[in-house]
Design a protein around this ligand. Structure first.
Ligand SMILES: [Zn+2]
Length: 295
């Protein structure tokens, strides 16, 4: 069985420090994965305002986000404008592509997308997607082949906008099923979706200690199913890197083949058709896009 490995890169710090470390970890094992980059300003510091919400405060305490992301990151965008990640760290992104990994669009302004996707309107959503796509294409010297909405915040508007880009697949939602074609009001789009089937580290942290984390994740994988895992450059590429290395080795010992998500799509003509709905996953604040029943 396969494990699709998706790496989300949300911040300047994660791009600069987490991505090279993950590339090294993967290269030393002869593995390739899908990297989804944030290209525009790093305004993740605006998350500080969310501290006012008790649920987010609890999560911060639980995951110790201050030590995980660094207080400079949490403050970034609140006092001074965030740097443009793609422009300043183009070399890191280019080296990741040159190492043969699959490269996709995550966001232009990750924070804005995550908090405002329902309010932004189609023009702004298309503009952010276009800006990220163009800068990423320029840096890697080829067309980015895939995309993954920031924070799994994906609406039918987003799906329609993405369908005008040359993405071979998108990974915008959560669910326990395999790849499918998205349905909007009975109409089927051509770009397959590859849903994320497993929880992320920050969703589980708090209930499960780091000592138990890898065993918990390995036990969560269904023996007779392909699975898709999202890791973050800011976590598994930095303070959780040793833990992630052990996870990879144990997953491979169990017989999992680790692949980029693009290898999981297969023949899109034979994929089931399903709607994408708003739902929730344990341990994550607010709504995320989830897979609906087959239509
Ligand atoms: Zn993200």
């Amino acid at each position: 069985m396969r494990l699709g490995l998706r790496i989300d890169v949300d911040t300047f710090r994660g791009t600069r420090h987490g991505v090279p470390r993950l590339c090294h970890i993967l290269e030393s094992r002869g593995l390739q994965a899908s990297f989804f980059f944030t290209m525009g300003p790093d305004n993740m510091g605006r998350h500080l305002f969310r501290l006012l919400k008790p649920t987010f405060l609890r999560k911060m305490m639980r995951t110790r986000a201050g030590s995980l992301y660094g207080w400079d990151i949490l403050l970034r965008g609140t006092i001074w404008p965030g740097p443009r990640i793609g422009q300043k760290l183009s070399a890191v992104i280019r080296e990741t592509a040159d190492a043969g990994h699959e490269i996709g669009v995550h966001a232009w302004d990750h924070h804005r997308w995550q908090v405002a996707v329902e309010r932004m309107g189609a023009t702004a959503l298309a503009g952010e997607t276009q800006s990220a796509f163009e800068l990423l294409a320029e840096i890697i010297g080829k067309t980015p082949s895939c995309s993954a909405s920031a924070g799994w915040r994906c609406t039918n508007d987003v799906l329609e906008i993405k369908s005008s880009f040359p993405f071979q697949y998108n990974s915008d939602c959560r669910g326990r099923c395999g790849p499918f074609l998205p349905l909007i009001n009975g109409t089927c789009l051509e770009q397959p979706q590859v849903p994320v089937t497993l929880p992320t580290w920050d969703e589980v942290a708090g209930q499960i200690s780091d000592q138990q984390y890898n065993s918990f994740m390995l036990d969560s994988m269904r023996p007779d199913h392909d699975e898709v895992l999202t890791i973050h450059a800011e976590a598994e590429g930095m303070s959780k890197a040793d833990m992630f290395e052990e996870f990879l080795d144990r997953a491979m010992e169990m017989g999992r083949t680790i692949v980029p998500l693009g290898q999981m799509v297969g023949d899109s003509g034979e994929l089931p058709r399903r709607p994408i709905l708003q739902g929730h996953v344990d341990g994550r604040e607010g709504w995320v896009a989830v897979v609906g029943d087959e239509g």
